[in-house]
Design a protein around this ligand. Structure first.
Ligand code: G6P
Length: 372
């Protein structure tokens, strides 16, 4: 009903506007004195000390959150991490055992493919930890440990605020496990904590400064047949998420690519007018990667692509080659995905709205897929 939407035109619009709170509420009560303390994980140190491998299982947007989380988990815990679609994991006889931690991610906690993967992992003797947005749902009940995301109820079929909350929860988990295993220093942990604490206000700034601009050019693009998304490192899963959101709610063909893969195939798709979003790494925090991505932008621009760059405030190197620049505030490289995804969510919503589509209830999709 209109009242439930709280004055917003759609649940999706409301939920995108709640992305800052989704992060803030997920970190609330889990920091003290610059250290991560997750009350739900009390007493599990032995479990975290005993693992030699992490496998993240999820579907859809949650799987992309997992891909982002892999970078933080490996950096802060030095435990090898694989990310797998739950339905692929379950049916390939994976090599797992008592020292494997299977981390499931699910907004609803009811996705059948993810649930079956968790049950299978348990049967094989693996440890299981659920990152979930729904108290008491089936997947957390089937898991050895739970870290809830506190994004609040998500109603729109396409997941938005749950995505940023899932990344936040994975980062908290990574910081916790890194400290427990003694591989992450108190100083590095405190620095990451303060980066994370600054994220909600930065997301709010992206919404404030870019929403109107994005909705306007999304409107101009209503007739676009296809949109590509390029990203590198933590920007790669964000490119995949940007493409998924566009497919889901605007029914436009969209694909995300690792920017480094461009010359191995996708560049053949570039013809004059092709719209390409490019997630540009920070020129301060990731200078080497930033240069490579800017050279990708030059390559596609030379072939007539219409480039929409998502770039850090103050990064002028993209200006000569981009048709549109969407600005995100400065953040350490690992934290940029939490900012870079926001313009992509707004864009998908803006384009679907311009096409007159129902952004909350896209055709053929369900909020929670409870069948295999
Ligand atoms: C469905 C939804 C997606 C969601 C996916 C996983 O496909 O349409 O938005 O990302 O399920 O859902 P979950 O509840 O497990 O996060």
């Amino acid at each position: 009903s209109a009242a439930e939407k709280g004055g917003w035109s759609s649940f999706m619009a409301k939920e995108v506007s709640e992305e800052p709170e989704a992060v803030a509420n997920t970190i609330r009560g889990r920091f003290s004195d610059g250290a991560v303390t997750i009350p739900e994980l009390d007493g599990l140190d032995e479990l975290f000390l005993g693992i030699d491998r992490v496998i993240v299982v999820a579907c859809g947007t949650a799987a992309y959150a997992g891909m982002v989380g892999k970078y933080a988990l490996e950096q802060w815990t030095r435990v090898p991490v694989d990310v797998e679609l739950a339905h692929e994991f379950r049916y390939r006889d994976p090599v797992i055992g008592p020292n494997t931690l299977v981390v499931s991610i699910s907004q609803s906690g009811e996705t059948m493919d993810t649930l079956m993967a968790v049950k299978y992992a348990r049967e094989q003797g693996a440890k299981t930890l659920s990152i979930c947005n729904t108290q008491g749902a089936t997947i957390p009940r089937e898991s050895d440990a739970i870290v809830y995301t506190h994004a609040g109820p998500e109603v729109a079929v396409a997941s938005t605020k749950a995505f940023v909350a899932q990344i936040t929860a994975l980062y908290l988990l990574a910081l916790h496990v890194g400290r427990v295993r003694g591989v992450l220093s108190a100083e590095d942990s405190a620095e990451a904590v303060s980066e994370l604490e600054a994220i909600p206000a930065k997301i709010a700034r992206v919404i404030e400064t870019e929403q109107e601009h994005i909705e306007q050019f999304a409107g101009w693009m209503a007739d676009t047949a296809s949109v590509l998304f390029l990203g590198r490192h933590v920007g790669y899963p964000i490119a995949l998420e940007g493409a998924l959101k566009l497919k889901e709610i605007s029914y436009i063909h969209a694909e995300g690519f690792a920017a480094g893969e461009l010359k191995h195939g996708p560049i053949a798709l570039i013809e004059p007018g092709q719209a390409v979003f490019v997630i540009v790494p920070s020129p301060r925090g990731a200078a080497e990667l930033q240069k490579k991505v800017v050279s990708n932008i030059q390559e596609i621009r030379a072939r007539g692509a219409r480039v929409i760059a998502v770039a850090e405030e103050g990064d002028v190197s993209v200006l000569p080659f981009a048709d549109e620049v969407l600005r995100i505030p400065l953040a350490a490289p690992l934290f940029e995905p939490l900012l870079a995804v926001v313009p992509l969510h707004i864009f998908a919503m803006g384009l679907a709205t311009a096409k007159g589509l129902d952004v909350d209830q896209p055709r053929n999709l369900a909020k929670s897929v409870t069948v295999e």
